[in-house]
Design a protein. Structure first.
Length: 278
């Protein structure tokens, strides 16, 4: 027993995701297959994620012209505490992201790297994700489920007001998401849909090109993911993303860069062993 007379379990499940996107949006706003699977309550979960995108569109605030080609290498560490919400699994997370962004337009090229916008995530299962202790979860059979998620992004990343390209968007973001995840074979295969909308506060420190303020309309995102295990710990996925809206304005002047984008992707993920301490 611990000093607090209870057993605290820390699940260090290290995940590595590698994807390839085949059109312009960045994966800064993209989810991946199996993002919201059930987990034992009263546990600490730690995840490492890495991703690559061939280019970026205006929805993430990193640029304000739709013709800029950008390569993005993203990494994040997510620390989650799971808990019981009236018999359903829930949790709170802190997301610590880091970006490398390389952008080019014609003969011009620039690259930046640094901490992106630190975020917080609150989640609660709607159905299909019962709150289970680690002991009970060991025999849990995955089933179709749905959950609600609320992400709050903060303006706490690296930001230079006079640069058009930054790891941070220097503003608050609010993004609710609902997922529906269907499995026909007890978790070996998953077919999933995520629907979300993102709202942004103004960036009043946007000083690139003599400007003073950047705003952005709401962005709407729908994702579809199909994934299947090839071993008990390794699975592959095919992914589709549709983004709409999110036009930016600089000093009140619309930039004509609203998203209306469908893109495809592929991913792979391997899960490592879990460690438990009491």
């Amino acid at each position: 027993m611990c000093a607090l007379l209870r057993c605290v379990r820390f699940l260090a499940g290290i995940l590595c995701a590698v994807g390839a996107d085949f059109s312009s949006p960045s994966n800064v706003w993209a989810g991946s297959a199996r993002d919201y699977l059930n987990a034992p309550i009263d546990s600490w979960l730690a995840f490492y994620n890495a991703g690559y995108s061939a280019s970026v569109t205006p929805e993430d605030g990193l640029d304000v012209t739709a013709r800029i080609r950008t390569n993005v290498v993203s990494q994040s560490v997510v620390l989650t505490r799971t808990m019981d919400y009236g018999g359903r699994t829930g949790g709170v997370s802190i997301v610590l992201p880091y970006l490398y962004v390389e952008s080019s337009s014609g003969s011009n090229r620039t690259a930046v790297q640094g901490v992106s916008d630190i975020g917080f995530l609150w989640q609660m299962n709607i159905f299909g994700g019962p709150a289970l202790s680690p002991e009970a979860f060991a025999s849990f059979v995955p089933q179709t489920f749905s959950s609600f998620h609320l992400f709050v992004g903060t303006p706490l990343g690296d930001y230079e007001p006079r640069r058009t390209l930054n790891p941070s968007a220097n503003r608050w973001t609010l993004r609710p998401t609902v997922n529906f995840s269907y499995t026909p074979d007890r978790g070996w295969t998953w077919l999933e849909t995520y629907a979300s909308a993102a709202a942004f506060t103004p960036n009043d420190a946007f000083q690139a090109g003599g400007a003073s303020r950047l705003t952005q309309r709401a962005l709407f995102i729908v994702e579809g993911h199909a994934s299947r295990n090839i071993t008990p710990r390794i699975w592959l996925s095919a992914d589709a993303y549709y983004n709409a809206g999110g036009e930016t304005s600089v000093d009140g002047v619309p930039q004509g860069n609203a998203a209306d984008t469908l893109r495809l992707g592929a991913g792979a993920r391997a899960s490592g062993p879990a460690a438990t301490w009491c």
